[in-house]
Write a protein that binds this ligand. Structure first.
Ligand code: WQD
Length: 329
């Protein structure tokens, strides 16, 4: 019996694979390797290929006796999705339909799906609950919201059972610094702060200091990648125990501002973080953080790490992997 992890050579995928194998699960990773890293996959078979390759997925599910799937494989750049929407519809949406068709052909009915808090757009109320309106503001976000609905309908028509995990701001790295986020591929705040602090990138541009928050900078819910990995394990357990389909926030419930991230980095690293004020970034909501109550109730999941753990582990990872993974371009 094994678990198929699509996109398991990526950032959150590789941490989830590691957590699963540490718990004794057999895991097989399917990754196109467009953005994945071979060194990120620890103690699992890595198959290079596409989720839309029906024959390959059926063969894999049969050969490895796959009983459940965790589906990460997707494009994830909001900006790119507005410039090249077809890539997102085809890979994120159509690709998932093909993956599900292959799963059903092979008799696999449990899927944990990598969704996003971006399905809420700019929430009118924070903390945001799962009952908030779904109002995507980008093609990327819409691709996630649409895929959630498609999984729902496969549940109605074919008995597929799904848990969609709506991630907030994933960050941090494994405690032993063996795997982490390749900053060559990230425009997110925490890798940019690390890059600037290590002198490997320009000063951090703080996008707006005149927001209606205590220090004037935007607030987000940074969630440690190992806590995210744990949420996937618990979602698989939930489905394995016969639990019903659901969509859940995976965040801490605590918001941190951009300046809090910078200050925590200075405190924990003993270095100063080069930063400068920049104009507001178009489309940035002032504050987004989760109400994670439902994930605790339905999965028994709760985050164990706070902002300091995120910053400290990201720092250790980036200090020891100044050029990302060895196979980075
Ligand atoms: C974080 C904060 C910026 C860069 C992303 C995805 C979204 C979802 C969550 C997955 C914001 C500020 C950033 C910089 C800055 N994930 N910032 N200077 O925009 O919250 O959302 O993660 O699906 O879809 O887009 O993340 O890391 O870009 O920004 O001041 O150079 O840092 O304004 O407040 P974001 P981010």
């Amino acid at each position: 019996m094994s678990i198929l992890v699509t996109g398991g050579a990526g950032y959150i995928g590789s941490h989830t694979v590691r957590r699963l194998t540490a718990l004794g699960h057999e895991v097989v990773v399917l990754d196109s390797m467009e953005y994945g890293h071979r060194d990120a996959v620890i103690e699992a078979e890595l198959v290079e290929g596409n989720i839309a390759d029906l024959d390959l997925v059926v063969e894999l599910c049969t050969r490895r006796d796959v009983t459940q799937v965790v589906h990460f494989a997707a494009y994830k750049s909001v900006g790119e999705s507005m410039e090249q929407p077809s890539r997102y519809w085809l890979n994120n949406v159509t690709g998932t339909v093909k993956l599900v068709e292959a799963m059903l052909t092979a008799g696999v009915k449990d899927i944990v799906f990598s969704s996003s808090c971006s399905v809420y757009g700019t929430p009118a109320v924070v903390p945001v609950t799962e009952d908030a309106p779904i109002q995507p503001e980008s093609v990327y976000a819409e691709s996630k919201a649409t895929t959630e609905r498609i999984l729902h309908w496969y549940g109605v028509s074919h008995g597929l059972r799904s848990v969609s995990l709506r991630y907030f701001n994933a960050a941090g790295a494994s405690a032993d610094s063996r795997i982490g986020e390749d900053w060559a591929q990230s425009l997110n705040l925490i890798p940019l702060v690390m890059k600037a602090t290590l002198g490997k990138g320009p000063a951090v541009k703080v996008f707006g200091m005149d927001y209606s928050t205590p220090d004037g900078t935007c607030i987000r819910d940074y969630i440690h990648v190992d806590d995210l990995a744990d949420a996937h394990v618990k979602a698989l357990d939930h489905l394995g125990a016969g639990g019903s389909s659901t969509a859940l926030n995976v965040g801490t419930g605590r918001g941190s501002s951009v300046m809090e991230v910078i200050n925590a980095t200075e405190r924990l690293t003993g270095r100063s973080v080069p930063w400068q004020v920049a104009p507001r970034r178009a489309g940035d909501p002032v504050a987004v953080y989760a109400d994670p109550t439902r994930a605790r109730e339905e999965l028994g999941w709760y985050p164990e790490h706070g902002l300091d753990d995120i910053v400290a582990s990201a720092w250790q990872w980036h200090c020891t992997h100044l050029d990302g993974y060895d196979d980075s371009p």
